[in-house]
Design a protein around this ligand. Structure first.
Ligand code: FE
Length: 269
């Protein structure tokens, strides 16, 4: 990976070879296109400056950690205009979702890792290193939500839905029997997720599968390869659909789903 944040960082809990392989692949997922999520502080990206950690007066200068050089995470631009998904997702919903919710996860992650042993790690490394560890809940939740949302924006596109590209369609038919059966599983996962969470199409071993995750969790923690996702937190649809989650998800599946993005992710293997 060319991202300097993915190299040279001390490993913290990343000992499973499968997870290491998945990290490399998932970093590529977000490194492509508009979701270049990780940017050095001080770049032209508008990233908040990396907080400096002044050395304690009594600390010997030779032992000063390089925390002040750690890069900060930046909120990548949306891959389309904020009204591009209208009327399925209005500009009002997209504006709040991206500009308030997604931005808050990125800002809060920067605060959570500043000056800590996690500073300098990639989103994917943070997710795997902190999953299931109650003492690192804030880092996990914000890192995972920052990753999930960057992935979600790319899982949608204006004029999406319909039939997948032939190569993906063949894999879907091999795993689900038909594209319609896959669609039904995605709808069922998205509507049956209790409370906040996500529905995903993933590659798991040699097969494709539909899974759902609660709150910030994502398939990277289970050594599955995400292909696309649907956000079913209420902030994703409530302004437009109120309690009608199924109507929102159906419209997303039929009119916005970015099958080409899923195929790209499947191809990175
Ligand atoms: Fe969201």
């Amino acid at each position: 990976m060319s991202d300097p944040r993915t190299t040279g960082s001390p490993a913290t809990g990343i000992t499973n070879p499968e997870r290491r392989t998945l990290l490399q692949a998932s970093t590529a997922l977000l490194a492509s296109g508009a979701a270049t999520h990780l940017a050095a502080a001080g770049s032209a990206s508008g990233a908040p400056p990396s907080p400096s950690a002044p050395a304690a007066p009594s600390a010997p200068a030779a032992a000063a950690p390089p925390a002040s050089n750690a890069a900060a995470f930046a909120l990548a631009p949306l891959p389309y205009a904020d009204n591009a998904l209208d009327p399925v997702i209005s500009a009002n919903t997209l504006g709040f979702h991206y500009g308030k919710h997604h931005r808050a996860y990125v800002d809060n992650l920067n605060k959570a890792v500043a000056g800590s042993a996690f500073a300098g790690q990639s989103l994917e490394q943070l997710i795997v290193a902190t999953a299931g560890k109650s003492e690192h809940t804030a880092v996990f939740n914000n890192a995972a939500q920052a990753w999930n949302h960057a992935f979600y924006w790319k899982s949608l596109r204006p004029g999406g839905g319909g039939q997948p590209p032939a190569a993906l369609k063949a894999r879907i038919e091999a795993s689900f029997g038909s594209v319609e059966a896959c669609r039904k599983e995605l709808l069922a996962a998205a509507t049956s997720q209790f409370g906040s969470g996500w529905a995903w199409l993933v590659a798991d071993g040699g097969k494709l599968a539909v899974v759902k995750t609660g709150n910030a969790d994502n398939p990277l923690t289970k050594s599955q390869r995400p292909l696309l996702t649907i956000d079913v937190w209420e902030h994703a649809y409530y302004l437009d659909y109120q309690n009608r989650r199924a109507d929102h998800v159906s419209a997303v599946l039929d009119k916005l789903l970015n099958w080409e993005f899923a195929l790209e992710n499947l191809g990175r293997g």
